[in-house]
Design a protein around this ligand. Structure first.
Ligand SMILES: *Cc1c(COP(=O)(O)O)cnc(C)c1O
Length: 431
């Protein structure tokens, strides 16, 4: 049935969409996807859209990748899921072994979860218990940054800086020490000062290396990340890197942390880990953190936390094949080539536009901040809609247009995205 309005009515009648006002949903021309092919999504009427946001930053190699499809099928022939609580599963071990030499964490151990927020939650709980397990009390606080986003569970929301309408939950947030985004002038000194002053009460510093994605692609310099790591080490404070958005190639290296030359005590990975196929995330713990949890059976040293679908076998199977394909296809080379091309085209076609205030980019993670002449004009929404009409699927963060194409994107697709965006911004800016 190719009746778009009929499907939208059924959607509204039975589905609740996150971060979406359902009263306005139908009027905002939603795309109702039926299938995906490569880097294109095909709606129920057969219209094609280039997935320029990688389905909210998760898709890496594209949709319907035969090799990934096969990995799911092969694992289905073994088992779809078994519990990680007290027992193991072959494919989970194989994935952890394959990830271990690739993550910038000392002798890593992987605690799997289903979503990034849940894996962040695990990390902040582990950081807290790391201290209590050693008899250290009072290490109950976290240092985080302006504009930070770490997910939507209460704990990850507390670490995050709010916005996007989440201020309503402020009474539920636990207090966090917050310092300016590390890309701001003076922010590194301020962060170092805060770490020194509050070390005795800090469980951990939590940061997004290189790019604060949800902040509108706020750039975080590598040397700033390294300076914070040094200060934290000097004052014996743990560092948690949230690589849920930046991980798995988006910034040009497998992990953004690699470009910072540091090793965090805990790292959180998610989103691209399965190439965008299945919900899987992980908290990666260094040897030092892991050892603090070893002790007698049934003792208080244990990490009493676990999710039903932790280490889902189908997710792990596709994640393992995905990791292999990133190497086999030399995907990071393509990311760097396409990122350079994207940078050139943005400089030529987008940055000079009167409707654009700033362009921020790291690898293929791009934010284009619009410059509406007044508040409340919903430029982000309008530019995105005009792109969708031109067959390029975009979703804004307020008045920041996000461009985050899949890692296998082609030169022609980059041209298609920038051309559509230029036309859309010109149209909206002309009123
Ligand atoms: C998306 C995101 C999360 C949350 O991940 P979910 O899978 O959506 O729960 C956490 N941290 C960062 C940096 C993210 O971009």
């Amino acid at each position: 049935m190719a009746d778009l309005n009929g499907w939208i009515d059924r959607d509204v009648a039975s589905v609740w969409h996150g971060f979406t006002q359902m009263e306005a949903y139908a009027g905002n021309s939603p795309v109702i996807v039926e299938r995906g092919e490569g880097r294109e999504l095909i709606d129920i009427e057969g219209n094609r859209y280039l997935d320029a946001i990688s389905s909210l930053w998760v898709t890496t190699l594209g949709h319907g990748v035969p090799e990934l499809d096969q990995a799911v099928r092969d694992q289905l022939g073994r088992v779809a899921h078994t519990t990680m609580l007290g027992h193991g599963n072959r494919i989970v071990i194989e994935l952890a072994e394959a990830l271990a030499p690739r993550v910038p964490v000392d002798r890593p151990r992987f605690l799997f979860a289903s979503d990034g927020a849940a894996a962040v939650e695990q990390a902040i709980k582990i950081a807290f218990q790391y201290w209590t397990n050693q008899g250290v009390t009072g290490r109950t606080k976290y240092l985080a940054f302006t504009g930070a986003y770490h997910g939507d569970t209460i704990g990850s929301l507390a670490i995050g800086d709010g916005g996007f309408g989440t201020d309503v939950f402020d009474p539920l947030r636990f207090p966090v020490l917050r310092t300016p985004c590390l890309g701001e002038p003076g922010a590194v000194d301020e962060a170092i000062r805060m770490i020194a002053e509050h070390a005795h009460e800090l469980a951990a510093v939590v940061l997004e290396p290189l790019v604060q994605g949800a902040a509108g692609m706020a750039l975080v310099p590598a040397d700033a990340v390294a300076a914070v790591a040094r200060a934290a080490a000097d004052h014996d404070v743990l560092v948690i890197h949230d690589e849920v958005a930046t991980g798995f190639g988006r910034t040009g290296t497998l992990f953004a942390t690699e470009q910072c030359g540091v090793q965090p005590d805990l790292m959180v990975i998610g989103k691209g880990i399965t190439g965008g196929y299945l919900p899987l995330a992980a908290t990666v713990a260094s040897q030092r953190v892991w050892e603090a949890f070893l002790g007698p059976d049934l003792s208080e040293m244990t990490f009493y936390h676990g999710h039903s679908y932790s280490g889902n076998a189908l997710g792990c199977a596709v994640a393992l094949r995905h990791l292999e394909l990133l190497d086999e296809w030399d995907v990071l080379q393509n990311v760097n080539d396409r990122a350079a091309q994207l940078g050139r085209l943005l400089a030529a076609q987008i940055e000079p536009l009167a409707g654009v205030a700033a362009v921020r980019r790291c690898g293929l993670m791009t934010g284009i901040e619009l410059a509406p002449p007044a508040d409340g004009l919903r430029w982000g929404r309008k530019v995105s809609a005009a792109c969708v009409e031109r067959g390029v699927l975009i979703r804004p963060l307020g008045d920041v247009i996000v461009i985050m194409p899949p890692l296998t994107t082609t030169a022609e697709e980059i041209v298609r995205i920038v051309d559509a965006l230029e036309a859309a911004i010109r149209l909206v800016a002309a009123g």
